[in-house]
Unconditional design. Structure first.
Length: 222
């Protein structure tokens, strides 16, 4: 799907429309949403501010307010295995991909759909993502959510932990994996990353105001 004009009103409108699809408690929903910018590409700053607009919109519908736990900006051309970002058990992940010449893919895997009537926790215990055999199995049920690398993308991922005995209403997370078939040392592939958690999460602190301002307005990388 295409990203609308990157004014706050438009971004917040589409974020509201897809909140339930991301913050799911049933495998009927996908657990993620992704948007690609249309012909006119946003600047890096515009892209990051659009990510913050998503947070504002989601907080209008969330049962508890989200706060930003961590932010980062990095130039990455290293493939990864399937994983969830280290965070609170109940968390969201936003990824903002800047336009690049480097071909890449972002695969998302839904262990709840892959497990069918069985336990997603047991499915992942049998098919460990960090092993080749487990990775091969997970790839059978994965979907690439990135379009042409020349376009900016925002991907919102349900990053919740897959628990053995989840409490009622626990959101259902998905795993993600980045794949860069042909790294190019002469080019850049910049990803803006933001992790969200519920306000008041014990033993975790929101990101500082200074760090958040750097993410919103700065131009340096981690």
């Amino acid at each position: 799907m295409m990203m609308p004009e990157l004014d706050s009103k438009s971004v917040r409108r589409w974020a509201l429309a897809y909140f339930d699809e991301v913050w799911r408690t049933s495998p009927v929903e996908k657990g993620y949403c992704t948007f690609a910018a249309d012909q006119e590409q946003p600047t890096s700053t515009e892209l990051r501010r659009a990510m913050l607009d998503v947070v504002f919109a989601f907080n209008r519908l969330s049962p508890r307010p989200f706060v930003v736990e961590r932010v980062g900006r990095f130039d990455q051309q290293v493939s990864t295995r399937f994983h969830r970002d280290g965070a609170a058990d109940v968390s969201l992940l936003l990824l903002g991909y800047e336009p690049t010449t480097v071909e890449s893919q972002l695969f998302l895997h839904d262990p709840f759909r892959a497990a069918g009537e069985g336990s997603a926790f047991e499915y992942l215990r049998r098919n460990k993502p960090m092993t080749k055999e487990g990775d091969d199995e997970l790839m059978r049920h994965a979907v690439n959510v990135l379009g042409p690398p020349s376009r900016a993308h925002i991907v919102v991922v349900n990053n919740c932990t897959v628990l053995e005995n989840p409490p009622p209403g626990h959101p259902l997370g998905v795993l993600h994996r980045g794949l860069i078939p042909n790294p190019d040392p002469t080019a850049h592939r910049v990803i803006n990353s933001m992790g969200l958690m519920f306000a008041g999460e014990p033993h975790r602190e929101p990101v500082s105001a200074e760090r958040l301002a750097w993410f919103r307005d700065g131009d340096s990388l981690d």
